[in-house]
Design a protein around this ligand. Structure first.
Ligand SMILES: NC(=O)c1ccc[n+]([C@@H]2O[C@H](COP(=O)([O-])OP(=O)(O)OC[C@H]3O[C@@H](n4cnc5c(N)ncnc54)[C@H](OP(=O)(O)O)[C@@H]3O)[C@@H](O)[C@H]2O)c1
Length: 273
């Protein structure tokens, strides 16, 4: 089989390429703008060329401003249809509700709907929030001892990128499942739990302070974050407050045969002095 992986120069796609290559038996083609097979989400012709002759596509979603992400995904779906890719293993998110406040719930929901209309066989990984990504919100707390986030008392089932990549790789080598797999970490953590993990790793007290959205937006903008990411993070926490990220599933064990990595282990690089 010829398996192509988008986002291959990134964290998740790179791990999927390594896993598939190590498994052997298939031809693996890593796609990004800079790879040996250049594929640019902004350039439909390059996507068609890259996907010609591909049996299975691991579609690692695009990132950045949502309007652009929608265009990128539309180009990818068109290329899938035009080249006759047989199976798409798509990365999506736990929250795909088009009515969610989260900007990427919309882009992922639209992607899943577009893929289902192609007639191509699809297996979907609906990943929870990446532990390593979420740990970025801990950085400010390191200096102040206060984790100031607008999460209320909601929980998040943070999952390591490595587990997400392992699930994508397993699905890429399997028969299409035709369904969405909720891929989560081993537990739904409150922000008090997240603060406690950081406190233990840094050997310093860290407490969670629930802040309202305007306060979060102001503190995020003050830290130098761009308007887009300030908005995107605020929309993500609005979705968290609506309890859209607290599901815990057994999919990592079912698909990979091993338990998902806990939050503290997934973030070891960040949590040590
Ligand atoms: N669930 C979560 O918590 C969460 C958090 C963050 C992100 N995500 C999603 O998960 C995806 C994978 O995460 P990651 O950490 O692996 O991301 P990453 O390390 O930033 O990798 C992004 C990849 O996208 C490629 N890319 C960017 N623009 C492109 C373009 N115009 N055409 C073709 N390729 C392009 C990059 O390749 P080049 O730049 O080399 O071309 C790179 O390989 C993200 O893209 C995002 O959709 C989910």
């Amino acid at each position: 089989m010829r398996i192509a992986v988008t986002g291959a120069s990134g964290n998740v796609g790179g791990q999927v390429v390594s896993l598939l290559t190590a498994a052997g038996g298939d031809e693996v083609v890593g796609l990004s703008r800079r790879g040996p097979v250049p594929a640019d989400y902004d350039d439909p012709a390059s996507l068609r060329a890259a996907l010609t002759g591909i049996d299975t596509l691991v579609l690692v979603t695009s990132d950045g401003e949502a309007a652009r992400v929608l265009t990128h995904h539309a180009h990818l779906v068109s290329a899938v249809e035009q080249t006759g890719v047989g199976h798409v293993v798509a990365l999506s998110g736990l929250d795909t509700d088009l009515a969610s406040p989260f900007c990427y719930a919309y882009t992922n929901g639209v992607l899943e709907a577009q893929l289902s209309r192609t007639g191509c066989a699809v297996s979907v990984v609906r990943a929870s929030l990446f532990a390593e990504f979420f740990a970025g919100f801990l950085d400010a707390a390191r200096a102040t001892g206060e984790l100031r986030l607008p999460a209320s008392d909601a929980r998040v089932s943070l999952v390591s990128r490595a587990d997400v990549a392992r699930c994508l790789a397993v699905l890429a080598r399997a028969e299409p499942t035709g369904r969405a797999h909720e891929v989560t970490g081993p537990a739904a953590l409150s922000m008090h739990d997240v603060a406690a993990v950081a406190g233990r790793a840094w050997d310093t007290p860290v407490s969670y302070a629930d802040v309202d959205e305007p306060t979060f937006v102001a503190q995020t903008a003050r830290s130098g974050e761009s308007p887009w990411w300030t908005y995107a993070y605020a929309s993500m926490f609005a979705s968290i407050r609506e309890r859209r990220w607290d599901a815990v599933s057994a999919e990592v064990r079912t698909l990979t045969g091993r338990d998902p990595v806990p939050f503290d282990a997934a973030c070891e690089f960040r949590a040590t002095r």
